[in-house]
Design a binder for this molecule. Structure first.
Ligand code: B12
Ligand code: SF4
Length: 462
């Protein structure tokens, strides 16, 4: 049996590519599926960001993953294969939340994690009796049911950062707009730290030599790596001897714990992507995270001025910097309590807290989330063109400002944060991982300029 696993590309996913056409980093989705596939199946992976699909090659089954913004591209691919009588199975976040819609383009839809059902799916297709849907009835055990992803099926030369790894799944913070909460519920599963270290050792083995050297940069794709501090402590302890440099996503809580942050830094942490999300005290109160960083309790949050939140976040960033860790700040624009003044203040505040890199996101009601359900109930969702659900487009009616002003706010934020003078001032203000900071600032400037150009000339893709 010949199986083709495909990750489509969304409209903007290629805009961040380097001049050599490399994508940023690989998702582990398809390498994970390939690892679950029995050895007698001939499996190939196509990441459409960096490879083209050969529709003429003989294939018995196609498996497609898609996050929401990739769904329209995924459906086109699926329709093309099915027109050639090649069966298609779809899974991942979008198909799991919109199984009926995905079912219009696929012979079978997998809802939830693949680990417990993928082998049955393949067996059913092999025997010519597939079901139209498969539902994972429980979450898998990360320590006994998840094999090491088949990274060997990806072309490492096509990515700027190849070594991605997952130590945990889920996050129990319960943010309204987050697909992780919607997909996994308030759960947090952890792999044995020794197994994680073992997998990293394998990634750094002589077989992984690239251009004569071993790439020692590792990115944890976990949604909130330090949610369980005791676990994080054990993990960082076993990472320390590996001599890697690593990055992860975490909340401001990591900055509140000096000992843990120090351990992270000593084990090679150089970049943390932090969801500050908003400086608006009303949002901080609602989001159920970042209170401590903002120097308040949930109850006090609403009574604080935006400037107090800004001061709290600045102190958080200072703590990261003191330990030599760079901060990639994430900021969301367009919550229901954000009016034009708040957006302007938020943009200014994001400059003032001294993050090394900033990503701005328009609040996006992804299907499956409470945020989607709420806005749908209020009839405020203005488009269901999923390609626009990439956090760069306004897809709903904001409450206190116009959609145009919100979109303009996003572009203003990127233009100002990534002006040449601001990049120079920021990057050269400290020798801390200077080259990495320069590269990330430059690539994000380039990507955001391309996004702006494309959004003013829709349809003018790469
Ligand atoms: C790495 C990553 C990226 C990378 C790479 C993106 C790329 N294009 O490849 C970067 C940083 C660039 C990125 C960007 C974005 N991302 Co992203 N990303 C991830 C992340 C952190 C890890 C993905 C991964 O490898 N997971 C590990 C694998 C093993 O898990 P999995 O994908 O869930 O797959 C399992 C199941 O879902 C299922 N399954 C999945 N597919 C299939 C297919 C079949 C056939 C079957 C049977 C089963 C199956 O089985 C798998 C094994 O259990 C996820 C969060 C997460 N935890 O998954 C977010 C995530 C996928 N991203 C998300 C989003 C929203 C984005 C952005 C739109 C906005 C943003 N926040 O930056 C952009 C869009 C980029 C673009 N235009 O392509 C959302 C998607 C939600 C949704 N409903 O669509 C997620 C879930 C994060 C979140 N907190 O909500 N992302
Ligand atoms: S803290 Fe991050 S990963 Fe956790 S629920 Fe909130 S947005 Fe999702």
């Amino acid at each position: 049996m010949k199986l083709l696993l495909i990750q489509p590309r969304s409209e903007w996913s290629v805009l961040g590519q380097t001049s050599h056409g490399k994508a940023g980093m690989p998702r582990l989705t398809l390498p994970a599926l390939a690892a679950l596939t029995p050895p007698d199946v001939d499996v190939q992976i196509v990441d459409c960001r960096v490879q083209a699909i050969d529709y003429e090659a003989p294939v018995d089954l196609v498996g497609i993953t898609a996050m929401t913004c990739e769904a329209p591209a995924a459906y086109k691919i699926a329709d093309t294969f099915r027109a050639k009588n090649v069966p298609v199975v779809m899974g991942g976040y979008h198909a799991s939340f919109m199984p009926e819609e995905a079912g219009l383009h696929a012979d079978a839809v997998v809802i939830g994690e693949a680990e417990l059902i993928w082998r049955d799916v393949l067996e059913d297709f092999r025997s010519g009796r597939p079901r139209s849907s498969y539902v994972a009835d429980r979450l898998c055990d990360l320590n006994s049911e998840v094999p090491i992803p088949r990274r060997d099926l990806l072309d490492r030369t096509k990515y700027s950062t190849f070594n991605t790894i997952q130590a945990t799944r889920g996050c129990s913070k319960g943010c309204d707009y987050c697909s992780i909460d919607a997909f996994f519920g308030p759960t947090f599963r952890k792999r044995s730290p020794d197994d994680v270290a073992g997998e990293i050792r394998g990634m750094l083995s002589p077989q992984s030599l690239h251009k004569g050297r071993i790439d020692r940069h590792v990115v944890f794709i976990d949604d909130n790596l330090t949610l369980d501090r005791g676990y994080a402590r054990k993990l960082f302890t076993v990472l320390a001897p590996l001599g890697i440099q690593w990055a992860c996503q975490a909340t401001t809580e990591l900055a509140e714990d000096d000992e843990l942050l120090g351990l992270a830094a000593r084990s090679g942490c150089i970049f943390v992507s932090v969801g500050f999300e908003s400086f608006n005290p009303l949002n901080v109160a609602r989001l159920r995270k970042n209170w401590a960083a903002a120097g308040m309790t949930a109850d006090q949050a609403t009574a604080q001025p935006l400037e107090a939140v800004c001061d709290g976040f600045r102190r958080s960033v200072e703590r990261f910097h003191k330990q030599g860790v760079c901060v990639l700040g994430n900021f969301m624009l367009g919550f229901d309590d954000d009016d034009s003044t708040v957006i302007a203040k938020t943009i200014r505040a994001s400059f003032q807290i001294n993050v090394d890199v900033a990503y701005y996101h328009i609040v996006t009601p992804l299907p499956g989330t409470r945020s989607y359900d709420g806005l749908a109930r209020e009839d405020r969702i203005t488009t269901r063109d999923w390609a626009l659900y990439d956090s760069g487009h306004v897809v709903f009616s904001p409450k206190l400002l116009s959609a145009g002003d919100l979109q303009a706010g996003l572009w203003q934020a990127y233009r100002e944060f990534y002006s040449i003078s601001r990049i120079a001032g920021r990057v050269f203000s400290s020798p801390r991982h200077l080259l990495a900071r320069l590269a990330l600032n430059w690539s994000t400037r380039r990507k955001s300029m391309r996004m702006m150009a494309m959004s003013s000339h829709p349809g003018k893709t790469s």
